[in-house]
Design a protein around this ligand. Sequence first.
Ligand code: NAD
Length: 377
Amino acid sequence: MIRWVEVMVKIIGLYRCKSRRNAQNPCKLSACSKAELGNIMRKKIILITGANGEIGHGLINALHAKGLDNILALDLHPISEEIENKILKGVMGNILDKNLLEQINSEYEISAIYHLAALLSTRAEFSPQMAHEVNVTGTLNLLTLAVDQAKSQDETVKFFFPSSIAVYGMGQRKDAVGAINENEYCQPESMYGCNKLYCENLGIYHANYYHRLADDFKPGHIDFRSIRFPGIISVKTVPTGGTSDFLPEMIHAAAQNIQYNCFVQNDTRMPFMVMPDAVLAILNLMNSDKSRLSQHVYNIASFNPSAGEFAEKVKGYFPHAEIGNSVNGKRQGIVDSWPANVDDSAARSDWNWSPKFDLNSAFEDYLIPQITKRYEK
Ligand SMILES: NC(=O)c1ccc[n+]([C@@H]2O[C@H](COP(=O)([O-])OP(=O)(O)OC[C@H]3O[C@@H](n4cnc5c(N)ncnc54)[C@H](O)[C@@H]3O)[C@@H](O)[C@H]2O)c1
């Protein structure tokens, strides 16, 4: 299919160049065919996979607010009503379906890929083989698509990959060390963490070393940028399948007056942020000048309350909230392997990362007003 499109591009390119030569305007085939005719034949888009998910919703809303709606949104499930009018087109399909990706490759000219589709941490632990397929093979498929696009356009394609603090494995050292940087403790203890760490490296390989032994080797087909997110709390969606879901579940339950049993101990501490800051970070990183970026993968942090501290905060706003504990030792073990805090100084200095919300303003200005509105009858 790709070859067929390239052949067509060349044939039409020859025809257009011939017309120009006739018009006393000589041009070389290579100079005018691909770039010019690619525009005619393929629509320019941004591709977002996993568009229906928590971050997909937030990102598409934010891009739409900035006037960007040439988005091709791909997800396993039909694109939700909330975002379907903010995109160019929704595609229901699987990132493992190479025919579908090939079809997208031939129909569209992709300037950037936000590859959000994944199997999250708890689900990945129940189905490690499937997690590897979706999280690793799926990411490889998208990186291959990005390289194909870059070659056919002769332009770098930007690629955003949402990584996670699950790439860290603290062993028994979690409480003994402070905020850790991107290069420390990268010994994941979950399938999801292994998948994320490997895909970060796959992205870096595709950006810098892809086909390095080939005669026509050229680095920079893709511009790979990644953030290791902490747990994310959103008022719009209740997460499923993640191991950091205990804080979002707690506040969504309290707002609906439902009793909640937290699956980790009260003294469990890990970093979190609210969705508007997660989306802000993606946009800021993707819009930063490449020359300012000293690395491909960045930590970011906002606040890191213990589960008990967060529960007290929730009770301050919902005094009748019933929050107990029903500790799941296995999930506790995974959270214990994640750091209590991360050092995000590289993101702060390279692309001016600074969260808009700390714990207090997250409650006061985002969580409480919006979650109350969401559940009011
Ligand atoms: N939400 C968090 O707290 C958090 C933290 C760190 C990293 N991340 C990463 O951010 C990304 C998005 O997370 P999210 O919270 O929006 O997840 P989510 O589970 O809400 O959304 C993932 C979406 O991907 C889709 N999907 C799954 N498999 C697919 C496949 N094979 N083909 C096409 N679509 C598929 C799902 O249908 C879903 O809509 C993921 O890569 C996740 O690992 C999220």
